[in-house]
Write a protein that binds this ligand. Structure first.
Ligand code: ARG
Length: 469
């Protein structure tokens, strides 16, 4: 860094350098500088400064002429940022001082009045809250797009059969639509977690100043309202110390990423030749540089992996915040990169998953065949015994187990087991039983609320469509 660049252009000192006689060591600057990443807060920083300036003017803390000059200067800065002309400079440490230093270059003395009744501590708190609030809104909107893609696929496959699994072992037939709707529920809860986090964080810390509040007649309700907050925060120490809004958003992101990793894993399994349940087009697969036959689900694998970064970000910031005394400590500058990284990753993962869901094509024949394999309608046989012969379920379970064992010995599936074989186990069985042993009948019979019957699945699809529109 050059001497000149390290100085405030008009007072010949670093912005905070009044009591200092020597420049910071280069290493001090290297560890201290944050403009490389907090420049992403530029739009929020300008919004905060505009609101603060308007309020200072209205409260008579600064003159209307100075207020107008400051606002005009902030407009110029915004234009410079849009055109790429704004000089982001390491020697001004962070976004707040870069904006203020540039403002001074553009409008001169009035720039120095903007920081009245304000500190970088409440400034960064407001900028970051605004950024995280937007990230929550963006995530909720992207989740809705993913839900719409799932709904469209679920509607097309409300009665496409597939095996339902527990322990990844064939359990009972379900429909593909029902399976996809399980994710619509999960992603719906994820969206509502982002909405909850947003509602809780939507208080303005601006005006808390360094930590104790301000002796100037500031109007914190006015700035809160101008920035779209519900109200100002109620305690100045908490205002500049709190980062739980970011932690909560990261927790919501981590849970959401966990859900994404589960559907991603299922896609990875489904597209294997061994399962062959669905295929992805060239749009969401890649080839191998050595094995010409390969079609790899890289996008699904990467979505599956993103939870590592996102949950890592939560752990990272939680660890930074743990044990910090009130109020602001510079540790808290380490809050931004994990949040930026987590939400960049989440946004990409949500978009990629939305694309994959729209892209994937189920192989109905293959899924239907698998739905009947593995004695998947054994529970239906037991239920038939209970319903038709008034047998206690435990006894029915036992007889059905014996039927499965017999089928295994004969090398047939349950519907292929001859009636006399079944009657050898329970004489009351009639050929009416075969009606419930077909996978389609099994799925269609599960009409309890939330069950897999296509009629119920269609009702759930309609409910979600109404809700999302
Ligand atoms: N760049 C700082 C941060 O991100 C801004 C607040 C600095 N405050 C201070 N007292 N040094 O946390």
């Amino acid at each position: 860094m050059t001497d000149d660049a390290s100085k405030n252009p008009t007072d010949g000192q670093t912005m905070w350098g009044g009591r200092f006689t020597a420049k910071p060591a280069e290493l001090m600057q290297a560890i201290n500088v944050s403009i490389g990443f907090d420049r992403r807060l530029a739009p929020q920083d300008l919004a905060g400064s505009r609101a603060h300036c308007a309020m200072l003017t209205k409260a008579g803390v600064i003159s209307s002429e100075d207020g107008a000059k400051i606002l005009a200067g902030l407009d110029l800065i915004e234009q410079e940022m849009a055109s790429g002309a704004f000089p982001f400079r390491d020697e001004y440490e962070d976004i707040h001082m870069n904006v203020e230093a540039r403002l001074k270059e553009l409008i001169g003395e009035p720039a120095g009045r903007l920081h009245t009744a304000r500190s970088r501590n409440d400034q960064v708190a407001v900028d970051f809250r605004l950024w995280v609030r937007e990230a929550c809104d963006r995530s909720a909107a992207q989740l809705q797009q993913l839900q719409l893609a799932l709904l469209a696929k679920a509607e097309a496959h409300a009665d496409t059969l597939m095996p339902g699994f527990t322990h990844l072992q064939p359990a009972q037939p379900v429909t593909f639509g029902h399976h996809l709707m399980a994710y619509v529920e999960m992603f719906g809860r994820d969206a509502s977690r982002f909405a909850d986090a947003r509602a809780r964080m939507n208080e303005s810390p601006l005006g808390a100043a360094a930590l104790a509040g301000s002796p100037f007649p500031i109007d914190r309700h006015m700035t809160a309202e101008a920035l779209g907050f519900d109200r100002p925060t109620a305690n100045s120490l908490d205002s500049v110390s709190a980062r739980d809004f970011a932690l909560e958003a990261l927790a919501a992101a981590s849970i959401c990423a966990t859900h994404l990793s589960r559907i991603a894993e299922e896609i990875v399994i489904w597209v294997t030749p061994q399962f062959g349940f669905v295929s992805l087009t060239d749009a969401f697969t890649t080839g191998s540089s050595i094995m010409p036959q390969k079609r790899n689900p890289d996008a699904a694998e990467l979505v599956r992996a993103k939870v590592g970064r996102i949950l890592g970000s939560l752990v990272s910031l939680m660890t930074v915040m743990k044990g910090l005394p009130l109020a602001y400590s510079k540790d808290m500058q380490e809050d931004k990169q994990p949040v930026f990284e987590a939400f960049d990753s989440l946004s990409l993962a949500l978009a990629a998953m939305t694309g994959m869901v729209a892209d994937l094509e189920p192989n109905r024949a293959r899924m239907a065949a698998a739905a009947g394999a593995g004695f998947s309608t054994a529970t239906d046989l037991a239920d038939w015994l209970v319903r038709t012969l008034n047998m206690p379920f435990r006894q029915a379970h036992h007889i059905t187990g014996a039927a499965v064992k017999r089928a295994e010995v004969l090398g047939v599936d349950l519907p292929g087991l001859p009636l006399h074989e079944l009657q050898a186990l329970e004489p009351g069985i009639t050929d009416d039983v075969y009606k419930v042993l077909a996978p389609a009948a099994s799925a269609a019979s599960r009409t309890s609320y939330g069950g897999t019957a296509p009629s119920g699945v269609r009702a759930q699809i309609q409910r979600w469509k109404d809700y999302l529109s």
